[in-house]
Design a protein around this ligand. Sequence first.
Ligand code: NAP
Ligand code: ZN
Ligand code: ZN
Length: 349
Amino acid sequence: MIPSKGYAVKSSTDKLSPWNFERREVQANDVLIEILYCGVCHSDIHQVRSEWGPAKYPMIPGHEIVGRILKVGNNVTKFKVGDFAGVGCMVDSCRECGNCSNGHEQFCEKGKAVWTYNSLEKDGITPTYGGYSNQIVTDEHFVLKVADTLPLDKVAPLLCAGITTYSPLRKFKIGKGHRVAVLGLGGLGHMAVKFAVSFGAEVTMLSTSPSKEADAIRLGAHNFCLTSDKDQLKIYLNYFDFIIDTVSAPHDYDSYLKLLRAYGVHICVGIPPEPIKVNGFVLLSNGRSIHGSSIGGIPETQEMLDYCAAHNIVSDVEIIPINYINEAYERILKSDVKYRFVIDLKTLE
Ligand code: NAP
Ligand code: ZN
Ligand code: ZN
């Protein structure tokens, strides 16, 4: 076993603090990655606090990992020592079922998708630990190639916030001629704006924070709508083809569904702890629909990283030392993050 260190919580009410643990030895298909940066996703907070059902403790969160390859197993072909690499939300799956074979490992039909943390390896016993740590051992199939031309700290959030917004935009072939609203300007929201603009759509930011208007426009949004102002919302009734909903807290879906024109789609990527409630008449009018989207498979995640490298797309980040993590969580909960915290793992002692 490889002695490792990270920041963990021991219960749903605990604060993150230093914790020593062990990673498995590097097997034939594994790589050992020295973690350089790890983004802080709102999903980390949901899981640390058991908001999505009972979590597994001790938990080391973190699934927006970039680092450098320190060691490769005998069968590894994709990487060599010294390469930059990324790990996102998944570290394994059955790899045999239809969905796995088609590169949709997050929907493994055998229920064998192994999440980067708060999960068990395929053996059903060994817990997984995430990226708020100094190193990780992962099967190369679930490790992404990261270009050395982009700043690595700003690449880290692409491993979750990036793929989660890229994937549904691609699935619906969103681009020129589409009117897209992005609901919530946080980690996912700011990536959704960047991708939707890059794909040629008309983009409107729907936000509860007046202070984010200038940033939304700087990120490329064409319009900004303050959702607490009913008069501003009215302008967009029956207007959008798509809404990308990145909101992490319970909210009123009907008021946003009304903004969709005929056959418009409300794409849920945010995962509030409470079930979604919708008025059937609002859904039926205009033939609206609600769609859910979960991260993206490994091939699409690589495609997204390659797209970002080719188009110079990265996340806007605030770099933090790891001992700032508990304050960072409080700021995320107040929607006070521009637009992703990223931990510099050099600060882990
Ligand atoms: P985040 O950085 O905290 O951003 C969420 C944004 O939502 C906030 O900045 C805020 O934007 C808005 N918001 C917060 N509370 C709100 C409320 N009560 N009503 C309306 N708007 C509100 O979070 P994130 O990391 O982007 O993650 C967002 C959600 O996506 C989380 O639930 C996370 O678990 C989920 N997620 C899902 C996937 C997936 O695969 N589907 C992957 C990653 C994350 P404004 O200030 O602009 O209003
Ligand atoms: Zn995430
Ligand atoms: Zn499978």
